[in-house]
Ligand binder design. Structure first.
Ligand code: NAD
Length: 478
């Protein structure tokens, strides 16, 4: 279904994010017929380019990052014709008159702030000064949304001076992932799971986001941030919220975000022994974290594992184990709901522990599987084995799955539609920082040194101990 005609201005339109994600994504939505031919995209950045120069740049970006569709020559030419460019200075006066002159009346206006957060205030102010933003305009901002509670509050405050909360779209691209939304479909679209979704039946929950890449070119930025700020405070926290929240009365922005906020606020403070920080070492053939970050004394974590608890009736006593890291064994993201043991087994001689596990795989092989216990085939009597009821979306849904828009595409279309359900609200972001701030402050106070781990493993051994000492184990990263 096409969205209404829009003018989308991308501040930072020549940047890495714009070339790699935003514009290739918009191109795919254009090919899918969702972006109508009367919509326009206006790049706005410092570089001194004209519209043609910008189109050439984006043509290259799409060739490099656009996937198989990028060979559609006619489609590409039509798409590029929808592009314009303004050379602009966020903190000065250059370009603003020109941008103002380009905006059309009667179409939706959206402004993507794909620039450093330090420029948000200047952009918001100038959009107003020049009458470019109207009361229905949307602005889109990216992570990092602050680096602690104070800076996040300051950013919220800056944006709030010129925009209502209902106009601000804070992107967490994890929320745009197909499987993450499927998590909600599974939870709230089936009667099967919700009755079991509590401390009576759930033993624990695991959330793993493992990457194989290191910090590479982003070392300078990452070294000031680390896995807690870069991944846990936003992405893993969002996944945890969707798993743990109470059923909202409606799948709608206000209701969903109210429930997520309650989860974050109910998180218990974490004791230091429930957190393991790691940093990848060199295993001979690749550089260590410290080499890549160009900081020989860095204490920044490239891996973190922690045990969180939610203090409410539904989840009392249920551990939520979260882990994420770089240079791990495989690119593997999964949420696993591990159910409790049977209260009693009627099968004599079957000593093994059988457990139902619902696993939601973000990657690879996006899909959902449910581990169930069945009888081992054959004449050996009642021997039990565990097997997955496996639904890999690519096989189960075929072309439909292949054609699903990626996270960025979907989220940008939601901005145009005015649907904030999959975006973070200001109070959510602040609550998440309020939970992570004391943890990070504790490390800084103690000069906490992360444990070294070898690339290609599942992180430091201490992370295995986090579960072992409670009689549990991580699911394999593979
Ligand atoms: P980048 O450095 O590649 O691009 C920065 C852009 O901002 C350029 O287009 C530049 O011209 C423009 N710019 C800088 N100063 C300006 C000014 N004074 N006036 C007007 N334009 C100005 O950055 P990026 O990697 O594209 O990231 C953009 C934002 O998105 C950052 O806040 C970053 O943290 C965030 N982000 C990036 C990624 C990514 O994968 N690159 C992922 C998540 C979030």
């Amino acid at each position: 279904i096409p969205v209404e005609p829009f003018d989308l201005v991308i501040f930072g339109g020549t940047g890495d994010l714009a070339r790699r994600k935003i514009l290739p994504g918009l191109f795919r939505r254009f090919l899918a017929g969702q972006m109508t031919p009367d919509s326009r995209i206006i790049g706005a950045a410092r570089a001194d380019l004209d519209a043609q120069g910008y189109r050439d740049m984006i043509r290259q970006g799409i060739a490099e990052f656009g996937g198989p569709e990028s060979t559609d020559g006619d489609g590409l030419a039509q798409f590029l014709a929808r592009l314009d460019y303004v050379s602009i200075d966020a903190t000065g006066e250059a370009g603003w008159q020109q941008l103002s002159g380009l905006m059309r009346p009667g179409v939706i206006r959206a402004f993507y702030f794909s620039v450093a957060p330090a420029l948000f205030g200047a952009l918001a102010e100038r959009l107003h000064q020049h009458g470019i933003a109207d009361p229905d305009s949307r602005i889109v901002v990216e992570k990092p949304f602050g680096r602690d509670l104070d800076s996040a509050r300051a950013l919220n405050h800056t944006l709030a001076e010129h925009f209502r909360e209902g106009q601000i779209y804070r992107i967490d691209h994890y929320l745009g992932k197909e499987t993450v939304q499927n998590l909600m479909a599974v939870r709230f679209g089936n009667i099967l799971f919700e009755p079991l979704w509590n401390h009576h039946y759930v033993d624990h929950i695991q959330i793993t986001v493992a990457e194989t890449v290191g910090v590479e070119g982003r070392g300078g930025y990452y070294d000031k941030s680390g896995a807690m700020r870069d991944m846990v405070q936003n992405h893993l926290m969002q996944l945890l919220c969707l798993i743990a929240m109470e059923p909202p009365s409606l799948f709608e922005a206000g209701a969903v975000r109210d429930e997520k906020l309650k989860v974050i606020r109910a998180l218990k403070p974490i004791a230091a022994h429930h957190i393991v920080r790691g940093q990848y070492d060199s295993n001979g053939d690749g550089p260590s974290y410290r080499e890549e970050a160009d900081n020989p004394r860095s204490f920044t974590e490239s891996f973190i594992a922690l045990r969180a608890e939610i203090a409410n009736w539904r989840w009392a006593g249920v551990p939520f184990y979260l882990r994420t890291g770089k240079k791990l064994r495989a690119r593997h993201s999964e949420i696993a709901v591990v159910f409790k043991d049977l209260p009693h087994s009627i099968f004599e001689g079957d000593e093994k522990r059988h457990r139902n596990i619902l696993s939601i795989r973000l990657q690879p092989n996006e899909g959902i599987d449910l581990q169930v216990t069945i009888k081992e085939p054959g004449p050996g009597g009642m021997r039990l084995i565990d097997r997955p009821l496996d639904m890999t979306f690519a096989t189960a849904l075929g072309e439909e799955a292949a054609e699903a828009p990626d996270a960025y595409e979907r989220l940008i279309m939601d901005v145009i539609r005015g649907n904030q359900t999959l975006f973070m609200r200001g109070d959510e972001v602040e609550a998440a920082w309020a939970w992570t701030d004391p943890i990070i402050a504790g490390w800084e106070r103690r000069n906490d040194v992360p444990k070294l781990y070898d690339p290609g493993t599942s992180g430091p051994d201490d992370s295995l101990m986090l579960l072992h000492r409670e009689g549990r184990r991580w699911r394999e990263i593979r």
